[in-house]
Design a protein around this ligand. Structure first.
Ligand code: NAD
Length: 254
């Protein structure tokens, strides 16, 4: 039904949170999974979890802001599993809720590199393999911050708006090539993402965006995001292309 059995799937940021939950779900569907993450212990633990359940996975560890890691992720999928059917561009980091005048060059460049440039480079690297097959699915993890201005600081918000543009542009450019490109836009979700914030600068915190936050609603489990990712990657979504799907308990409907 899903068409995922035996497929080769790359999930970035699969050592934790939403990516981990997606990797486990893909493996349950019979897919072979490349677990790509900066966190060596997390990636290895997810591979072990998949293998213990009878599935197939391989870890590739390193920083995706390094183009060499991007190449390694793709070549591992191709060399180990004979190709690449699905790319889930999920790895991401938070900013420190900082407003434009206080965003440092360092924060800006790191956020854009990890959250936007790396997904673009991975997409560029997998497309030739998908085009050769005439089939493929790409799913991005955008964010509520890709849909509105009140879900994080400036750098994160810009990076996720960029992901929305990357999703739509790539979907249109390849719509007649058998390749579908979609995104989920999670609302608040229970993961380890706040660890990437490294603390907020003085003057920032709940008071910055607090007035806008009451609409967040229920905090989701990572697996609720993973279910939407696997659906968009599967044949069940065969006519869904260029969509940014909020998975946010209605936050974006407010
Ligand atoms: P998480 O921190 O639990 O998982 C993110 C994973 O990405 C981690 O394992 C981390 O090591 C990895 N990672 C980060 N930078 C990396 C890099 N440079 N190279 C390789 N791996 C890297 O957080 P999560 O919430 O599961 O985040 C997944 C995605 O969901 C992110 O893109 C995030 O922006 C998005 N998102 C999360 C929420 C939320 O509330 N948790 C809401 C909206 C969007």
């Amino acid at each position: 039904m899903t068409g995922l059995s035996g497929s080769s799937v790359v999930v970035t940021g699969a050592g934790s949170g939403i990516g981990r939950a997606a990797a486990l779900r893909f493996a349950e569907e019979g897919a072979r999974v490349v677990v790509a993450d900066l966190n060596v212990d997390g990636a290895k633990a997810v591979v072990a979890e998949i293998e213990a359940a009878g599935g197939t996975a391989v870890a590739v560890t390193g920083d995706l802001s390094d183009p060499a890691m991007v190449e390694q992720v793709v070549s591992t999928a191709v060399d180990t599993f004979g190709g690449l059917d699905v790319l889930v561009n999920n790895a991401g980091i938070m900013d420190r809720m900082t407003a434009t005048a206080d965003v440092t060059d360092e924060e800006w460049e790191r956020l854009i590199r990890v959250n936007l440039t790396a997904p673009f480079q991975l997409t560029r690297a997998v497309l030739p393999h998908m085009l050769a097959k005439g089939k493929g699915a790409i799913v991005y993890t955008a964010s509520e911050a890709g849909l509105r201005g009140s879900a994080s600081g400036t750098a994160y918000t810009v990076s996720k708006h960029g992901i929305v543009g990357l999703t739509r542009s790539t979907a249109i450019m390849y719509r007649n090539s058998g390749i579908r490109v979609n995104a989920i836009a999670p609302g608040g979700t229970m993961t380890n993402i706040s660890a990437s914030m490294g603390g907020m600068p003085e003057g920032y915190g709940p008071q910055t965006l607090g007035p806008y936050m009451p609409n967040v609603g229920r905090i989701a489990e990572a697996d609720e995001q993973a279910a939407a990712i696997v659906f968009l990657a599967s044949d069940a979504a065969s006519n869904i292309n260029g969509v940014v799907l909020p998975v946010d308990n209605g936050w974006s409907a407010v």
